[in-house]
Design a protein around this ligand. Structure first.
Ligand SMILES: CC(C)(COP(=O)(O)OP(=O)(O)OC[C@H]1O[C@@H](n2cnc3c(N)ncnc32)[C@H](O)[C@@H]1OP(=O)(O)O)[C@@H](O)C(=O)NCCC(=O)NCCS
Length: 162
């Protein structure tokens, strides 16, 4: 049976996804990443999910039109309604069949009811050493996100004129 904590999607990069230099547009990849995160979170929770935030999207290596891109998603952590979905992206040259890891990123998705209100997601079972490692890393990112929000709150200058 398919593990509901994981999802894999492979997409061929087509010319309509290219930017002016012939490489795949960052926005086209973000669109696919968001779909993968939504699908993984929704299937895991058995509910619709909305995107709360995205972390660590860095395009360090270009992806070319004609490559096959595989998105490997896993549920790394579940709070109450929020779920961190980690996505590893690999691009494959079809002719040589060589694969390279182009980037990984982390989406926070929130499980919602039919009215769009947050609802509890199922408990996440973490068993293997890899799952435990990913879970701990996700917890660390969760607390760092909160820390950043708190620190920024202190330094934000609120415009009270408007
Ligand atoms: C996501 C959304 C439903 C959360 O609503 P909310 O009123 O903040 O709900 P809650 O306070 O219950 O928070 C829900 C979860 O999100 C987390 N959360 C909310 N705001 C957060 C923030 N700024 N930073 C980190 N986590 C946050 C909460 O910790 C909670 O997680 P938990 O249940 O695992 O503990 C709401 O913000 C929303 O609808 N956002 C728009 C989503 C959307 O349209 N996405 C597409 C963007 S284009």
């Amino acid at each position: 049976m398919t593990d509901p904590r994981r999802l894999e999607m492979t997409v061929l990069m087509t010319p309509d996804m290219a930017n002016f230099s012939g490489k795949v547009h960052g926005g086209a990849l973000l669109n696919l990443l968001d779909r993968v995160a939504f699908s993984c979170a929704s299937r895991f929770s058995g509910r619709y999910a909305v995107t709360l935030s995205v972390d660590q999207v860095t395009f360090q290596q270009p992806i070319h039109v004609g490559e096959l891109v595989t998105f490997r998603a896993s549920v790394n952590h579940v709070g109450r309604s929020s779920m961190e979905i980690g996505i590893r992206v690999e691009a494959e040259d079809i002719r040589s069949r060589t694969r390279r890891h182009t980037n990984s990123c982390y989406f926070t998705m929130v499980s919602v009811d039919d009215d769009g209100r947050p609802v509890a997601a199922p408990e996440l079972k973490v068993e293997t050493p890899l799952e435990i490692k990913r879970n701990r890393a996700a917890e660390l990112r969760r607390s760092l996100r909160r820390e950043i929000v708190e620190q920024l709150e202190k330094t934000t200058v609120h415009d009270e004129t408007g």
